[in-house]
Design a protein around this ligand. Structure first.
Ligand code: EAX
Length: 328
């Protein structure tokens, strides 16, 4: 039976604090994301828009384009490089070809708690990554949260790795994610997020994995009857600006965008975390069967995936992995 739609209500936007920023010129930002307008990411973008428009006294206008209508994560990032789009906020995973160190966030079960991800992203390692990603025609100005990824599928409940045998799972376009699902015994295939709903609907793939909020806001529950709370990877969003646009902005406005990006990221984390339980409940109410794993069941997945750390150690850099594992 197909599930009914689920929709969780978003909290009201916070008030804008901080002085008006004065600088020369009028600017327009087109800001594109892959997730839809009913998610926490979009709510964060609305807050960003409100901050930037109010504090620039209307001299910077922000237009929001959710649902990959201007392209998926990779296409939007290319558009920034070409200077045809001003901002986007992709998951780090599809950008690993461009920024190989981002692969560290694709390691399974790296962050046991979201606060541990915050500490790394908001600390020295995260700052270094933003600096490194401020190249190739991009300026990286902050982090946000996609969140802990959960497995959904159309076939049967998944409680242990053996249940994945033969399941066709869509992954992000990312080698480490492919390795994870192959190691678990599934049959993974990489695909752009923009094509995912149709692929699930038509049975091209049996399943996919994304955070609860993304599962709900993309209506995957309407074409997937089963979900398993695996929490197997924590995916950050990264806030990117086109360098061509950035270089035209007065410094005062660059600082305003940085401040607004930080506030947006913090707010997104807050919204996605406070709504998580409610969303899970709404998905259940809509008819989705959700399997919650015991710590012993989670450990079966973790043990099976430990070799992935060895496979990727040289590629990502052992020191970076050890640094993060020492912090969490
Ligand atoms: O923009 O591709 C995905 O599964 C992600 O959640 C996507 O980056 C959202």
């Amino acid at each position: 039976a197909l599930s009914a739609s689920a929709a969780t209500e978003m909290p009201p936007l916070p008030d804008v604090t901080g002085d008006t920023v004065k600088a020369d010129g009028d600017f327009e930002i087109k800001f594109s994301i892959g997730t839809t307008e009913s998610g926490a990411q979009y709510r964060g973008l609305e807050y960003f828009e409100k901050i930037v428009e109010q504090r620039s006294d209307g001299h910077i206008q922000v237009a929001l384009f959710p649902g990959a209508q201007l392209g998926d994560d990779r296409q939007a990032t290319s558009a920034l490089q070409a200077g045809t789009l001003e901002m986007t906020m992709p998951s780090t995973s599809p950008l690993v070809n461009m920024f190989p160190k981002f692969a560290v966030f694709d390691l399974p079960f790296l962050f046991p708690k979201p606060e541990m991800a915050d500490a790394v992203l908001d600390g020295e390692i995260g700052q270094q990554m933003l600096d490194d990603a401020s190249s190739k025609g991009l300026v990286a100005i902050g982090w946000g949260e996609n969140g802990y990824r959960q497995l959904t599928n159309s076939q049967h409940p998944v409680e242990k790795p053996a249940d994945l045998e033969g399941l066709k799972i869509r992954t992000m376009e990312n080698e480490l994610h492919l390795d994870i699902w192959r190691t678990l015994g599934a049959n993974p295939t990489p695909m752009s997020f923009a094509e995912l709903f149709t692929a699930l609907e038509q049975g091209v793939v049996d399943g996919q994995e994304n955070p609860w909020i993304t599962i709900e806001s993309s209506k995957f529950n309407e074409v997937q009857d089963y979900a398993t709370e695996t929490n197997h990877v924590y995916t950050p969003f990264i806030t990117l600006v086109s360098a061509r646009f950035w270089d035209r902005l007065p410094e005062e406005y660059q600082q305003l965008l940085r401040d607004a990006a930080t506030k947006m990221g913090d707010y997104q984390r807050h919204v996605s975390r406070t709504l998580n339980d409610q969303i899970k409940q709404d998905l259940k109410d809509s008819g989705m069967q959700i399997t919650e794993l015991t710590p012993e069941q989670v450990k079966l997945f973790q043990d099976k995936l430990e070799p992935v750390y060895q496979d990727w150690r040289d590629e990502i850099g052992g020191e970076l992995i050890d640094d993060i594992r020492a912090q969490v």
